[in-house]
Design a protein around this ligand. Structure first.
Ligand code: IPM
Ligand code: MG
Length: 368
């Protein structure tokens, strides 16, 4: 069980340290190799995803990733920006299936910006295709003015592109997930999100998803245009079960879904290849504004480590233990700043920092 630990930038190192604490507390024979990634790797080696880091990631069974990005790197040319590290890892490790659950813990019902009757009990799974679409489309580029300077570019373009096999395999991941969820009481429904009224890629998407559905007739399938899906997510979020969509729409909708749960600081994610290798990271970013202050919420990263145990290492029981420990700690009223309900007096809640939250999860785990 070899894990590549890539903490990255901003709050990345702080939150990853807490997830490592939890893994250590399980007393399993994990081997961990740590490497710089993102801005940290640019600073130490001149590239956001240097060869040694890529090697560590490729050799591992799973990658635990913090976050990348910091203001000081905003002016770098695009190939050297920290974001290129995560895009490069997705491409190089062929991590095409991104699973982003949006679960509202009952203890946090008052942290959501939506009314409790609309969100209470929310448990949906967004599945985002991660290695195709406009993120990786060719051709891409810019047409410069005659002097060739970037500042003088008159036109820029990115190409939205999908192939049948790419759509087929992500559709299959979605139907399989809906089937597994149905076995534990979820409705067994896949909502495919596209823009088939406008885009060619979406028309192909819709056709292929329909074809794959033929193998899963016990599951319901419906289609929504992405603008309507964005609206339904805030209007009736519980009408969803599994959502499957392309890379760009999935990027946007998964942030929206995350916020329904009150804090993006709670949401883990898994990015999987065709076998069981995966990269696990919180759904949130590097939050440079609060980096180094010990106040970031480590729970999304801790829950990402739980997903790693479930999907890569087939240790569902340990994964469940971590999730239960997180719930215990929330039940006791421990809250990082992002989880504190605004404007209310909440004497039962206790404001804690990053390390205290991690320590509390470790004690809850040990007390089980
Ligand atoms: C995400 C992020 C990334 C993306 C960025 C950092 C490139 O927003 O994982 O959702 O757009 O995929
Ligand atoms: Mg995003």
């Amino acid at each position: 069980m070899n894990i590549a630990i890539l903490p990255g930038d901003g709050i990345g190192p702080e939150i990853v340290a807490e997830a490592v604490k939890i893994l250590d507390a399980l007393d399993e024979p994990f081997e961990m190799d740590t490497a710089d990634v993102g801005g940290a790797a640019y600073a130490s080696q001149g590239h956001p995803l240097p060869e040694p880091t890529l090697r560590v990631a490729k050799q591992a069974d799973a990658v635990l990733f913090g976050a990348v990005g910091d203001w000081q790197y905003d002016k770098l040319p695009r190939p050297l920006r920290p974001e290129q590290a995560i895009l490069g890892l997705r491409r190089e490790l062929a991590l095409f299936a991104n699973l982003r659950p949006a679960i509202l813990y009952p203890e946090l019902a008052d942290a959501s910006s939506l009314k409790p009757e609309i969100v209470a009990g929310l448990d949906i799974l967004i599945i985002r295709e991660l290695t195709g679409d406009i993120y990786f489309g060719q051709p891409r580029g810019r047409r410069s003015s005659p002097d060739g300077a970037f500042a003088g570019a008159d036109e820029a373009f990115d190409t939205m592109r999908y192939t049948r096999p790419e759509i087929e395999r992500i559709a299959r991941v979605a139907f399989e997930a809906a089937r597994t969820r149905k076995a534990v009481g979820h409705p067994g429904k896949v909502t495919s999100v596209d823009k088939a009224n406008v885009l060619e890629t979406s028309q192909l998407w819709r056709e292929v998803v329909e074809d794959v559905h033929a193998d899963y007739t016990e599951l319901a399938l419906d289609h929504l245009y992405v603008d309507n899906a964005a609206m339904q997510l805030v209007k009736a979020p519980k009408s969803f079960d599994v959502v499957v969509t392309g890379n760009l729409f999935g990027d946007i909708l998964s942030d929206e879904a995350a916020m329904l749960t009150g804090s993006i600081g709670m949401l883990p994610s898994a990015s999987l290849d065709a076998s069981s290798k995966g990269l696990y990271e919180p759904s949130h970013g590097s939050a440079p504004d609060i980096a180094g202050r010990g106040i970031a919420n480590p729970l999304a990263t801790i829950l990402s480590a739980a997903m790693m145990l479930r999907y890569t290492f087939a240790r569902s029981e340990s994964a469940g233990r971590i999730e239960a420990a997180v719930q215990t700690v929330l039940g006791r009223g421990l809250r990082t700043a992002d989880l504190m309900p605004r404007g209310t007096q909440a004497p039962a809640l206790q404001l804690v920092g990053t390390a205290e939250m991690g320590d509390a999860v470790v004690s809850a785990l040990r007390a089980q």
